[in-house]
Design a protein around this ligand. Sequence first.
Ligand code: HEC
Length: 289
Amino acid sequence: MPTTTIGLAVTLAFSLVAFTMPTSVWAASPTLTVSADGGVRIFDRDALLARTDVVEITTSRDVAYRTPRTYRAVALSKLLEGVPIPPDAVVEAAAQDGFVTQLPRDLVYANDGIIGYLAIEVADTPWPPIPGKDKSAGPFYIVWLGDQASSVPIMKWPYQVVSLSVQDAPAKRWPTLAVDPTLPALHPARDGQTIFVNKCFTCHTMNQAGSASAGPDLNLPMNPTEYFTDAGLRALIRDPRSVRVWPEQRMPRFAEEDLSDEELELILAYLSHMAHRKSRATEGGSGKR
Ligand code: HEC
């Protein structure tokens, strides 16, 4: 059974229990689901805030709020203590809106000038809305501290997080997103795949492979390189609003500091290569490890 299904089943079961409990205050507290091979754990916000390892932290760079902020937080390495994470695995963080990002194991544990925290919104002192949005980054927001924290890509600062799950790295879990293995070692589509996974796979699937559901699949039924002009596609990735505009539009713009010209080139090479590799992933990939 895919992790999401297990997560959902447990969350539903949990809500039923919560529903029958006399203390509705407790039932209203939001939860974070953490799943791995060893099973599923549900962390209630109030229980998280009551932990002895909760600390007060202040971000220097803050991707969601764009200005330093102070949070109650638990280090990810503490939160995930006892959760088995094999060396090649990733911690997949899923947000309320279908955004899903992979945090490499070493990023979570390495401590090389980068420490990850789960920031927890306290019910009676709610966080302000994220600039340009109508909701806060809470109840759970992953932030990075330390002198190397600025090197953590913006896509790895997920907010409104609902679950963390230990998974195989994406290309292993979903072989249909991989480039043709016979491509020359330096073919740009190879690096393009890596950049795609880091920057686009958080919201889009490829050949229906992936956990994200915020944006459309980028190969099925058609690949954007088949229906956008080259100039139109470049413009859309740099700034979707330069191509078309509507109120519910959600794709972010990728300015040069978020995606260099070279990276954009590599992503386009990957997309056009994949247009010739259409194949539907089996549902949920290989599922839970
Ligand atoms: C935060 C989520 C998010 C990220 C990250 C993201 N997109 Fe999107 N994208 C969307 C959404 C949502 C749409 C649908 C239109 C909208 O609401 O803006 C979209 C639409 C598109 C479209 C137009 C598809 C069509 O047929 O209309 C293309 C092409 C595209 N994205 C490419 C990319 C590429 C390439 C990247 C990585 C560099 C990327 N996106 C990163 C959310 C995202």
